[in-house]
Design a binder for this molecule. Structure first.
Ligand SMILES: Nc1ncnc2c1ncn2[C@@H]1O[C@H](COP(=O)(O)OP(=O)(O)OP(=O)(O)O)[C@@H](O)[C@H]1O
Length: 357
């Protein structure tokens, strides 16, 4: 099923009550919590691959103890080191250890063997928002509003706790069985109390200040929210090149000229203009009112943020999930040889680099 205008109309999306965000709900502080347990791969049966990324793959697994399903992200230490991602990987674990939010994936624990790092997370069965968006071509305004609003709450929560996310894109947004969002992949998330300089993220979603190698802060996530919202409404990102040439793409991002399709609602366009601005002294989320400029924007006027946070607003689309471990919403990937895991006789060349796993 794809999201159609009918589905959107049948569900009045995020409407509910007066649109003031109750910041106390979203302000639950992230505290270091003891991850539920030390695990080993022998605690699970590995079912299949759910996704692959630059540094490893994510498996659907089933606990031999409680029979529940989880997603285990596996990273090859040598590859992480070679691609200079040691700090990012440790940061991913550190951020996931402390955050808890209805729209962020939950980390249960981590472990390692001499060759690999493992992260045990909730299995989010509804597939990637990316897949739904490509099948739907584009989302009707109420549907895009629902997803953008849930993402905005999650991003605001991370920022309130001093974290910047830095990799917002539809591939990293998964749908839970009830259709609500879960953001995954904290590979670039980091504690940034002030300014950082690292060039990371995904080309289409990079803010101008990252592209031009300036120091940047949390405002890059609000820019990326603008890119995401535009892509949901238009079916393509605001900045792209036909030939995929990144240099041309970065020029377009810096010039920041956006062509808004005529069917964009005026209020949506206004919000987007305030997010997709290279001028940091004008970008919403980065002004003295902070995220209130976004939550209080006219386009979100009908959003009942408290009910949204509590997942009480029915989602516009329910993924087809037949049973608990149903992974049919995920593409198939060639499976790897599981015998390479748990080779405890091998030397651990990089163990000291990942002390918390
Ligand atoms: N908790 C989860 N439940 C279900 N599927 C998941 C989960 N986490 C990740 N996936 C799937 O695995 C894919 C890869 O995961 P992830 O993005 O964390 O890996 P990565 O190596 O950091 O990828 P990238 O190269 O895109 O940064 C995701 O796009 C998603 O399809």
């Amino acid at each position: 099923m794809v999201v159609s205008a009918d589905a959107a109309a049948a569900n009045s999306a995020v409407t509910g009550g007066p649109g003031a965000v109750n910041s106390s709900l979203n302000a639950v502080p992230a505290t270091r919590r003891k991850l539920s347990g030390r695990y080993a791969l022998s605690d699970f049966t590995v079912e299949r691959t759910l996704g692959t990324g630059s540094f490893g793959r994510v498996h659907l697994v089933r606990s031999r103890h409680n029979m529940r399903f989880y997603a285990v992200k596996v990273l090859r230490k040598e590859q992480v080191v070679r691609m200079k991602q040691v700090e990012h990987t440790n940061s991913e674990r550190a951020v996931l250890e402390v955050v808890r939010h209805p729209f962020l994936v939950n980390l249960w624990g981590t472990f390692s063997d001499p060759t690999f790092l493992f992260m045990v997370m909730d299995f989010v069965p509804g597939g990637e928002l990316f897949t739904l968006l490509r099948k739907s071509q584009r989302f009707p305004h109420p549907v895009a509003k629902f997803y953008a609003a849930e993402v905005a709450l999650a991003i605001d929560y991370l920022h309130q706790n001093g974290f910047v996310y830095r990799d917002l894109k539809p591939e990293n947004i998964l749908l839970a069985a009830d259709g609500h969002l879960k953001i995954t992949d904290f590979g670039f998330a980091k504690y940034v109390p002030d300014v950082t300089w690292t060039l990371c993220g995904t080309p289409d979603y990079l803010a101008p200040e990252i592209v031009s190698s300036k120091g940047y802060n949390k405002s890059v996530d609000w820019w990326a929210l603008g890119v995401l919202l535009f892509e949901m409404l238009a079916g393509h990102p605001p900045f792209f090149t036909e030939d995929g040439n990144p240099i041309k793409l970065y020029e377009k991002i810096i010039q920041c000229k956006v062509r808004y399709p005529p069917y964009f609602e005026p209020a949506a366009k206004d919000l987007l203009k305030n997010l997709l601005t290279a001028d940091l002294s004008k970008r919403f989320g980065n002004l003295h009112r902070g995220s209130k400029d976004i939550f209080g924007h006219l386009w979100f006027a009908e959003v009942d943020w408290d009910r949204l946070y509590r997942r009480e607003i029915p989602a516009p689309y329910l993924p087809t999930v037949a049973t608990d471990g149903d992974a049919s919403q995920f593409e198939r990937y060639p499976e790897n040889d599981l015998a390479e895991y748990n080779m405890h006789d091998l030397p651990d060349m990089y163990g000291g680099l990942f002390p918390d796993f």
